[in-house]
Ligand binder design. Sequence first.
Ligand SMILES: C[S@@+](CC[C@H](N)C(=O)[O-])C[C@H]1O[C@@H](n2cnc3c(N)ncnc32)[C@H](O)[C@@H]1O
Length: 276
Amino acid sequence: MNDALLALTPTLELPSVAREQALKKQTNISDYDFLLGWLYPEDELLPPNLALFSKTTGPVFIDFLGGKKNHRRQFGGGKGQPLARAVGIASDFTPKVIDATAGMGGDAFVFATLGCEVLMIERSPIVAALLQDALNRAHLELQLEAEGKTYRFDDDEHSFLTATISRMQLVNADAADYLNHTKPEADAIYLDPMYPEKKKKAATNKEMTALQGLVGPDIDSSKLLEAAMTVAKKRVAVKRPAKAEPIQLESGKKPSASIQSPNTRYDLYVVASTQS
Ligand SMILES: C[S@@+](CC[C@H](N)C(=O)[O-])C[C@H]1O[C@@H](n2cnc3c(N)ncnc32)[C@H](O)[C@@H]1O
């Protein structure tokens, strides 16, 4: 699979250290904080996962078709869940969404399962590589299934997942720059910047632990929020810890509304409430 990694890396501009180590298939990471490499599944038909190995967590990779993401799809609460309401998903409206802080793609996948076209923007080339690999793998695995070479999903699930994955696109860029220069079309823009690490409460899972170590806190969220408000046709939704202050903007603009859930608050900046 080295060819696949070579094909992937130039487009995503992976740092050469990580790429060289991955090409050597070196999994001893004692000299590195992080190492990007391939994780081979037991089933030889299935493609390997591009995974992030670190000293502090097990290998981290993204799997849209299985595990936790699929569980969240089945039991997450559908269109009524706070995350869905935050971007304006309703029984009679399916917004076109930009997830401008895509991370491990969990929230973007929820939007796509609920019918939204989703453009994911992620600025870390390593996180973007994990996302691109997950999309590539999902397409390939669904294709193998369609060809009758694997039997993992029933017909309904297969068509649901195929439609979901086909609604997801990825761009590796700084979202503020990308939004300002490209002005992509979107009803809603979703932001989930990395909060500064809290002293007492560590990250909730190994994905977030790895992300915290890899990308650190996002200290330029106000710039991203300003850019998002000039591009979104209807609203910008910002995920915040339940008790955190809203993002401070130079203009002094405050959220128009908020949706509260137990640990999280979604601040809404309605940019054109009369536009349909
Ligand atoms: C907390 S994580 C997002 C988690 C995501 N919602 C999920 O479900 O996995 C924040 C991510 O946003 C990315 N990010 C922050 N600011 C960004 C920006 N201006 N442009 C693109 N990506 C950004 C970070 O690199 C990080 O991967």
